[in-house]
Design a binder for this molecule. Sequence first.
Ligand SMILES: C[S@@+](CC[C@H](N)C(=O)[O-])C[C@H]1O[C@@H](n2cnc3c(N)ncnc32)[C@H](O)[C@@H]1O
Length: 267
Amino acid sequence: MGGKPFFLRDPEDNRLEVGFDSPWSSPEVVARFSSTPPNAVLMRFAARQLQQGVGHRLLDIGCGAGCNAVPLARLGWDVLGIDLSGPMLEAADRRAQEQGLTDRLRVQRAPMDRLPIADDSFDFIVAHGIWNLARSSHEFLAAVREAARVARSGAPLFVYTFSLSTFPPDTKPIEGEPSIFTQFSGRPQCFLTEAQLIEELHHAGFDQEPETSITEYPQLATGKRPAILEGIFRRRESLPVRVLAEAEEAPPEPFSPVCYLKEFTHE
Ligand SMILES: C[S@@+](CC[C@H](N)C(=O)[O-])C[C@H]1O[C@@H](n2cnc3c(N)ncnc32)[C@H](O)[C@@H]1O
């Protein structure tokens, strides 16, 4: 074992484990995600939200190398990017430094399903290419519940996640996990239908933004990218009792005091 440490959640008992050499931390993957262009639909929506004065605190869950987080900070959002990969966070922070945006973009290493963040803290939540990495429905639901907990009432949520239409209809999920499939990358990942996405988010406290529809991007012919569902939701005024109870049962990981980038690069 060697390389940089990363954290994974055990799908069985939800323990936080330290692993090494995360696939997300390899120099090639970090370089690829460092040159990914931002999501143009997200940027337009985020710019409009700022103009409408919905607030300025934005959480980018699984921010990677900052392909969205950096331009969002440039738009004027105060962004907190969280991710499990130190090298991804370093790349995001480097880009923020190069662009003079360090006062607008902070990064923190944390798992999507245990956000070390107080309730009702953010005016806008971005979950772009992250919830599809859940390796169990437990992890997926915990991640969505955490997003609802840290969003303030009325905060928008921008979601970009894998669609089940990636696979032919008879494709089998892993046993006991109807939404988790290994066929795309060899690793367990979460694939949903549009109806499932809407329903799961609704249960957690997010409703689809009125007069918007979910966009489905078909799978690339190369097969290198899965089909994608993209949509805009909003945190309901009050969270379902179940979500509040679960959040209380599983308080955020003891990552505090907050471990910002400068602390963990010297590990
Ligand atoms: C596909 S990349 C998406 C990055 C960025 N949001 C984008 O769209 O370019 C997924 C990111 O999620 C991070 N990640 C994977 N599992 C995670 C988890 N359980 N909690 C937080 N971040 C995670 C990876 O390190 C990686 O940077």
